[in-house]
Ligand binder design. Structure first.
Ligand code: ZN
Length: 337
């Protein structure tokens, strides 16, 4: 059994079971819940990976660093101790991706490297198509062809964190495109609460509690008012991530309940060729050049207007080419004006 040619570093963990007892047919993506800028070498050098501990020791097959580096921690031929389920880890290739502690931030470089790595794993192991489901039952029982699982399926954890969890459908779609798999849409169970709003919508938040994760059981108080939807986690307990709009009276900055949103005050218009847009502060450049992931300077963001020349996906992220800048920026950072 081979390992990925994409690795630039190897530090084999003693915390594994040799060999695995099942053919590789599943991908399980984790978040490190630490420092999102850690390199793959730093991740596989963590104490919990390098020190043998039959009870609390951990490992993964691969680590993806915040700089896009990839390291091998457990040979693909062996079972990593990663997902709190021996059954899962005997059949899955497990991947730890550098994230912040809350699992809400992952660098674009890590995401791009993850897509490359997952594509490579699928190709070498004969996985013709990735199938994701928002139903835990589908995932853990591998129903309807489902072959992506997540750590939270097996333990009381938020892993892989909202950033990666909410992108699982996009990861499957992009990898399948690269594998040449036909995109047979799976039937994700749409929650009854529905995800009426989308990223970029400005809404009226009527609640008084926000949560640090979409699945948290309790959260601190905050003030209601106008806010912007910055992430959506369909089917989660608190499916919308809101950030207060300045001057809107609210202090929300976290995940909220669907019932605590009264409605979009201004539904975000879709970004398309010809749209006039502004760029949200904190945006980074997209595209496929070395500028990808670099911060967009603050004089470019804010009220300045730009014309969208073209919309296209790069590494699975929908991005717009802005005429005045001749640069790509992800749609999630753009607002149509
Ligand atoms: Zn995990």
């Amino acid at each position: 059994m081979s390992n990925s040619p994409l690795i630039s570093y190897t530090k084999l963990s003693p915390n594994c079971t040799k060999p695995r007892n099942h053919k590789i047919d599943t991908i399980t993506i984790h978040c490190t819940a630490g420092n999102k800028n850690n390199t793959a070498k730093q991740i596989v050098g963590l104490t919990r990976f390098i020190e043998y501990d039959a009870k609390n020791g951990a490992s993964c097959n691969y680590a993806v660093g915040g700089d896009g580096s990839v390291a091998l921690c457990v040979d693909e031929g062996n079972r990593s101790w990663c997902s709190s389920s021996g059954t899962n880890d005997h059949r899955a290739v497990t991947i730890e991706v550098a994230s912040n502690i809350a699992g809400t931030e992952v660098n674009e470089a890590a995401y791009a490297a993850l897509l490359n790595l997952v594509t490579d794993i699928c190709k070498r192991n004969g996985i013709k198509k990735l199938v994701w489901s928002t139903s835990k039952n589908d995932r853990v029982n591998h129903l309807n062809g489902c072959n992506m699982t997540v750590h939270r399926d097996y333990a009381n954890k938020s892993c892989p964190g909202e950033w990666l969890y909410s992108r699982h459908a996009a990861i499957a779609a992009e990898v399948n495109k690269r594998l040449g798999a036909t995109a047979t849409p799976t039937t994700p169970s749409v929650p009854s609460s529905g995800t009426t709003f989308k990223v970029g919508d400005e809404v009226t938040f009527t609640g008084t509690t926000h949560y640090t994760s979409a699945a948290a059981t309790s959260g601190p108080a905050c003030k209601p008012g106008k806010a912007k939807v910055t992430a959506v986690s369909a089917g989660a307990a608190h499916p919308y991530h809101l950030i207060a709009v300045s001057g809107g009276g609210s202090t929300v900055y976290g995940w909220v309940n669907a019932k605590d949103i009264s409605g979009a005050t201004t539904a975000a218009k879709a970004v398309a060729a010809g749209s006039t847009v502004t760029i949200t502060a904190g945006a980074v450049y997209g595209g496929l050049s070395s500028a990808r992931g670099a911060k967009v300077p603050s004089y470019v963001t804010g009220s300045r207007r730009y014309t969208v020349k073209q919309v296209a996906a790069h590494n699975g992220v929908q991005e717009a080419l802005l005429s005045e800048l001749n640069s790509w920026v992800a749609l999630s950072y753009l607002t149509v004006v």
